[in-house]
Design a protein around this ligand. Structure first.
Ligand code: 3HC
Ligand code: NAI
Length: 696
């Protein structure tokens, strides 16, 4: 045994407790200890049954993810579970908090499973690019049947304790202390004369081929390039054909294949980096300010979404609009958003009613904000309007309140310095729709106090958002990089690629949408307004997508007008390509004397990604993003970057920075204005280093 696994004999029961904070991951020391404890129980004549427990708030969080990709060390989890299952006296476990992955596989190696109320059970391995590797795909269908296993395993989803009992994943629901409940259950089993009940020896319920075909069809469509989800279906199918030992061998074969994929590396990178964005020296140990009541100014697209997100997370919200009609409109949007949450089972009807009655109100007078702890401004993107709003806030907000702006591009320093309290001002850049999108850029201005930054990160956690620290510049992290790769796309279109080919190539890479579809969704008036804003300072060598300006002047603003780059017909999903747009592009080429050339999809992907990574390298070098991982998380959560590619910086590391730099130098031969390798990319490439080496 090790100090991570305890063995006690209590009331004639061998009690084995795994104690490896924070999540009782089944790392090497735990495996050694667990196997030792199981052997001890096997040889302990005084033990009438064995109880497996996890110490702390959860049972077992699964295999130790940080060990993946390193040489495996004995003993392996499948062997330990086989030994547990083979014990000659009953084995019971009591699951509190969570039994995930290898943790649930240990539970399935027990003969009887008690699920404590509030616990979540599941095999989330596919979310990490692997499949369950310690018998999960073989034992789960033996207790739940194939249909439930096919619903849960390829999705990597969890079920509640109640649902686990319903589908046979657990035997019984319990409340109270897991140790006491587990001991009581073990005693009851012994009194009933219950013997061992190894899941591996149970037959797998019969099932036709159709369920597997349906699952494959579903996940081929849904998983957009991820291999593990489909592979997990093959492993479940093996359980229906094979006895436990050959079934386990087949599971292991597939597991080993998945462990070696780049997707596994990317998904595990994503798992660890998203937990690092809040780890910043300036807020380490800094207490956030108390936030219970917030104000939102402006109830348009963003304000209404922000208010919804805050309300559903238990915050009290006062929303200020310009006039009664706008306030009423905003309240209507919020009520509809909450109704949507009720429909999707995310919110109880009674909660929705209580929110609208007790914790939400609108006002047209800024004095209504005097009791709030934090306010988020989401009015028109216009510096003069913002400054007027902040002058009002300066007047009404109590001392120590946090003043935040949701601006997309404007200078947060200038907004902060227009008030008498710049230390209390910060940018909170939400993404649209704000009650759905997980990303929050926390824009820290020059004078922002550290406890204000800490408060922003704490608020993000309360609101269920993933926060990334950004510095002040045009577009912060995400939108600044976006404008670089959008520009690369426009340059390719001008040079001969069609916007539709660009969209298709980008989607084939794994993005949910191409840049032109995205433009249609956001509204082409937004891009037009940005170009207008930048016109005065634009370098003459910049490519201006004059065809996009023409679309704007034709009133083709995208989805909202039924036409943009694509034609949107009522009742049709997606848009139709439009030869008129191709003609507008052809006209622009002619006007600029460009002879169009062909692009392969691969070249489009490469240039699109190279522009993104190159600008991201500048963003990191300038300290706008503290680390490459902040860029990766921004793109995973705010821009739909395919998670199985880990983020743009991780992608760049996998293709090699020297190769990427060489590509950019090649592009620079024909277009030296746009394509110059960023200094950081040059440095890392010459030192043969990766972006990951800067993540700390
Ligand atoms: N291995 C190693 N470290 C882990 C871990 C794991 N399985 N699970 C969590 N951690 C670490 C986190 O990185 C974090 O570290 P940090 O404090 O240094 O940042 C710390 O534990 C706490 O994690 P969270 O912040 O996520 O804590 P929460 O309380 O919010 O969530 C949790 C707990 C629900 C268990 C969540 O951590 C989680 O989902 N973990 C992953 C679960 C999982 O995917 N398990 C399957 C692993 S693969 C497997 O088991 C293969 C098997 O089939 C052979
Ligand atoms: P919007 O036009 O939908 O809403 C703005 C709202 O502010 C309107 O309802 C208007 O009545 C109200 N308003 C204007 N002046 C006001 C004042 N003085 N007092 C109170 N209310 C006032 O605009 P949207 O899209 O919600 O944008 C708001 C802010 O959020 C802008 O700064 C924008 O750049 C930013 N943003 C927008 C995103 C988007 O995708 N739409 C994404 C992220 C940030």
């Amino acid at each position: 045994m090790t100090d991570k696994v305890r063995y006690e004999l209590i009331d004639g029961m061998a009690v084995i407790t795994i104690d490896n904070p924070p999540v009782n991951a089944l790392g090497h020391a735990v495996r050694v200890g667990l196997l030792g404890a199981i052997e001890r129980a096997a040889g302990d004549d005084a033990a009438r049954a064995t109880l497996i427990l996890g110490s702390g708030k959860l049972f077992l969080g699964g295999a130790d993810i940080s060990e993946f990709g390193k040489p495996p060390k004995d003993p392996w989890l499948p062997e330990i579970i086989a030994r547990l299952e083979g014990l000659s006296k009953p084995v019971v476990c009591a699951i509190q908090g969570a039994a995930l992955g290898g943790g649930l596989e240990v539970a399935l190696g027990c003969h009887y499973r008690l699920a404590m109320k509030g616990a979540k059970l599941g095999l989330p391995e596919v979310n990490l690019g692997i499949i369950p590797g310690a018998g999960g795909t073989q034992r789960m269908p033996r207790v739940t049947g194939v249909a439930a296993a096919l619903e849960l395993i390829p999705a990597g989803s969890t079920v509640s304790a109640e649902r686990a009992v319903e589908i046979g994943l657990a035997d019984r629901l319990a409340t109270g202390d897991p140790r006491e409940a587990g001991l009581a259950y073990a005693r009851e089993l012994i009194e009933q004369g219950a013997g061992p009940r190894p899941v591996g020896r149970m037959p797998c319920p019969e099932h036709g081929a159709q369920a597997f075909e349906e699952a494959r069809a579903l996940w081929s469509k849904k998983s957009s390039g991820e291999v593990a989800r489909l592979a997990s279906i093959d492993a479940v199918e093996a359980a229906t054909r094979l006895a436990i030992e050959p079934g386990m061998a087949e599971e292991r074969r597939i597991f080993d294949e998945m462990i070696n994929t780049p997707q596994r590396a990317a998904l595990i990178h994503a798992f660890f980096i998203e937990r690092k964005t809040a780890k910043l020296p300036e807020i380490d140990g800094v207490a956030p300010r108390d936030i219970a009541k917030i104000g939102v100014i402006g109830g348009g697209t963003m304000g209404a979404g922000i208010a919804t997100a805050a309300l559903t997370r238990g915050l009290d919200v006062t929303l200020v609009e310009r006039d009664d009609a706008s306030a009423e409109k905003a309240a209507g949007t919020i009520a509809r958003n909450l109704d949507g949450a009720v429909k999707r089972g995310k919110l109880a009807q009674a909660q929705r009613d209580a929110i609208l009655k007790d914790t939400f109100r609108t006002a047209t007078d800024y004095d209504a904000l005097s009791g709030t702890d934090l306010v988020i401004e989401a009015v028109f993107e216009d510096m003069d309007v913002k400054k007027q709003v902040f002058a009002e806030l300066d007047r009404v907000m109590k001392p120590g309140a946090v003043l935040a702006t949701n601006t997309s591009y404007l200078d947060v320093n200038a907004i902060a310095r227009s008030t008498s309290r710049p230390a209390d001002v910060i940018g909170l850049h939400f993404f649209s729709p704000a009650h759905v999108m997980k990303l929050l850029e926390v824009v820290v201005a020059d004078d922002t106090a550290n406890d204000v930054t800490a408060t922003a990160f704490a608020l993000a956690k309360t609101m269920g958002k993933t926060a990334v620290r950004a510095g002040v510049c045009d577009g912060f992290i995400g939108n600044r990089i976006l404008s670089a790769y959008r520009a690369a796309a426009d340059r390719m279109v001008l040079a001969g690629a069609s916007p539709y080919q660009v969209d298709r190539a980008v989607k084939a890479f794994g993005w949910p949408m191409g840049p032109y579809e995205m433009g249609d969704l956001a509204g082409l008036d937004i891009g037009y307004a940005t170009r207008q804003r930048k016109a005065a300072t634009r370098d003459p060598r910049d490519v201006v997508p004059t065809w996009a300006d023409e679309l704007y002047h034709l009133g083709r603003l995208g989805q909202k007008t039924g036409r943009g780059y694509y034609i949107y017909e009522a009742g049709q999903r997606g848009g139709k390509e439009d030869p008129e747009v191709e003609a507008l592009v052809a006209k622009a080429r002619e006007a600029q004397g460009v002879t169009p050339r062909d692009f392969s999809d691969e070249e489009i992907q490469r240039r699109y990604m190279a522009a993104m990574v190159n600008e991201a390298a500048r963003v990191v070098d300038e300290g706008i993003a503290r680390r490459p991982l902040d860029v990766d998380v921004t793109f995973l959560y705010g821009y739909g970057f395919p998670r199985w590619r880990g983020g743009p910086m991780h992608w760049a590391d996998t293709v090699g920075l020297a190769d990427l730099k060489a590509d950019i130098e090649r592009y620079a031969e024909e277009d030296p204005f746009f394509w110059q390798p960023a200094p950081l990319l040059q440095r890392l490439a010459s030192e043969n280093r990766t972006f990951a080496s800067l993540n700390g």
